[in-house]
Design a protein around this ligand. Structure first.
Ligand SMILES: O=P(O)(O)OC[C@H]1O[C@H](O)[C@H](O)[C@@H](O)[C@@H]1O
Length: 540
């Protein structure tokens, strides 16, 4: 494993920052778990958040219990593994399984269509891992309730199918024990986004068929370098910290040549939640081409870049965690809290409670363009969707960015029928033409500012912290859609679709309270709406 520099100015700044850190004794202190490294204010939190440093060893203790679980699931013929978990409770298993090429259905959505698709898939052979560190995350709680009901309706005992991963003493641990579920306890001294190598990363991945012992071996090798002057995590942290301190605070992640699939999505949460606070921080940008702008730094996973990080997945996890902790130190930021995530959650709860049984407070559309309603402040001269895009792009300030936030079904594009004889290229073109995520590329070529794309509510547990806590230079484009086939959340007064819309509105409020430009597009016909959006973006 190694960190190398394709850009001399980055290399020089990193070397200088690393030299200072070594002089201050930081690498050794971090290796020893010194909680004072981020200042007095962060110390009490850091004291209970450094367990990740020792996971390559401590997580080995979990392997026998995980091995038994896997055996039991195999013996019972449970081949469809569903993971209900948000942010740190699902991003790592998603990368682990995608890289190992083993199937895992991740539920980190409140989209009723996406949840219905999972429910319709081999329920009789499904095992559900319900993962939540706090044990109180609303999305995960909803998924648990929905699956419990579905199992019961199918005459299946939920206790034979649900595995809970949570922190000791959480409300979920208690209710799971009462229900007779299998419970695997995670290390409480590791925060969600640093938990890749805890039970949160390992249990669902092992059930899906990934070799988790190998991951720990890879991480153990990286752990041995910790404390050394040439530790890859130290060099990476010094590079991204020093770059951000000098204004290069957009971190473009490129994994195009890597055999590891989807690590940028995991890095996004780690960097955005750890650094995006107090009006400062680093904006991770996944899935976008560099603009050669002077506020950008490119980081490649096994891919040549401004900074290239080479190594197997287990090592990458540890290197990026060390780097984030080091960058926090360089920037004077506590990398272990996420002070602004709760704002949108509180708004969502308030919106649902205030609305009672009545409609949610969406307001009236400022304009309607075919299957797309536009909500928000739109100048009077703007008459259509491409005009809305043009205005939003114009609104991006110097050093700012545009964030596209889609509260839609992440997999709907793949349901579109494709001709039987179509080539792989033709099929991917058809998918792209129906995928809201294609909007990122189409708008990115119209601006020299970074354009990010996040699925809601998934991003609320990731880049959402940076949007609200980081520099106030974001412009936000939300997309919601009409719900057909809504799902009850058993025991709750709301449906999944209602929760999804309330989450979008809750975050919109939090962004607007900060005076940021934020527009919501609502698709009154989802498929036609996506096609219309993409066509309008081509016209900008
Ligand atoms: O694991 P949970 O307690 O359900 O938390 C899931 C996610 O929730 C919050 O949004 C935090 O900001 C994330 O860091 C965390 O990963």
């Amino acid at each position: 494993m190694s960190v190398t520099f394709g850009d001399d100015s980055v290399a020089d700044a990193a070397a200088e920052a690393a030299r200072r850190l070594v002089e201050e004794g930081v690498p050794r202190a971090l290796a020893d778990g010194d909680a004072t490294l981020w200042g007095a204010e962060a110390q009490s939190e850091a004291a209970i958040r450094l367990g990740w440093l020792d996971l390559p060893t401590t997580s080995r203790e979990l392997l026998p219990q995980i091995g038994e679980l896997v055996e039991r699931a195999r013996a019972a013929g449970l081949e469809h593994v569903v993971l209900a978990g948000m942010g740190g409770s699902s991003l790592a298993p998603e990368v682990i399984c995608a890289s190992a090429d083993v199937p895992l259905t991740v539920l980190d959505t409140t989209d009723p269509g996406q949840v219905r698709r999972a429910l319709a898939d081999r329920l009789d052979r499904t095992i559900v891992v319900v993962s939540s560190k706090s044990g109180s995350t609303v999305e995960t709680d909803s998924h648990r309730r929905i699956y419990e009901q579905a199992f019961r309706d199918a005459g299946i005992d939920p206790a034979s199918r649900i595995v809970v991963v949570t922190d000791p003493g959480s409300p979920l641990e208690q209710s799971a024990r009462e229900a007779g579920y299998t419970v695997v306890l995670a290390d409480p001294n590791v925060g969600g986004r640093y938990s890749a190598l805890t039970a949160f990363g390992l249990v669902p991945s092992a059930l899906a068929g990934a070799d988790v012992a190998a991951l720990l071996d890879q991480a153990a090798e990286a752990r041995q370098r910790l404390g050394a002057d040439d530790d890859p995590g130290l060099l990476l942290g010094a590079a991204i910290g020093a770059a951000a301190a000098s204004g290069r605070d957009k971190l473009l992640l490129d994994d195009s040549l890597s055999g590891i699939n989807g690590l940028p999505d995991w890095i996004e949460q780690l960097i955005a939640e750890s650094t995006g606070k107090q009006g400062r921080g680093i904006l991770p940008v996944a899935g976008s081409e560099p603009n050669e702008a002077d506020d950008e730094l490119t980081a490649g996973i096994d891919t040549e870049s401004g900074v290239e990080v080479q190594g197997p997945l287990g090592a990458q996890f540890l290197i990026w965690e060390v780097a984030t902790a080091i960058a926090g130190r360089v920037l004077g930021i506590n990398p272990f809290d996420q002070p602004n995530v709760a704002e949108s959650k509180a708004n969502t709860t308030r919106i649902l409670e205030d609305a009672g049984d009545g409609p949610l407070p969406t307001g009236a559309p400022a304009l309607v363009d075919g299957p797309v309603e536009v909500y928000g402040d739109v100048p009077a001269h703007v008459k259509d969707l491409s005009g809305v895009f043009t205005e939003l792009l114009k609104d991006i300030p110097e050093r700012g960015y545009l964030a596209i936030l889609a509260y839609l079904d992440r997999e709907a594009a793949f349901d579109v029928p494709v001709p039987q004889e179509a080539s792989f290229e033709a099929i991917t073109d058809i998918w792209a033409a129906h995928d809201p995520a294609s909007l990122q590329g189409l708008l990115a070529i119209r601006t020299d500012r970074p354009v990010t794309f996040g699925w809601g509510p998934r991003y609320l547990h990731s880049t959402g912290q940076y949007h609200k806590g980081g520099p106030q230079n974001g412009v936000f484009l939300q997309i919601t859609g009409v719900v057909s086939g809504d799902l009850e959340v058993p025991g709750k007064p709301y449906t999944l679709g209602r929760l999804q819309l309330a989450q979008a509105l809750g975050d919109l409020d939090a962004l607007r309270e900060r005076g940021r430009p934020a527009v919501r597009l609502h698709l009154t016909d989802r498929e036609a709406g996506v096609r219309h959006l993409l066509a309008a973006a081509r016209e900008v």
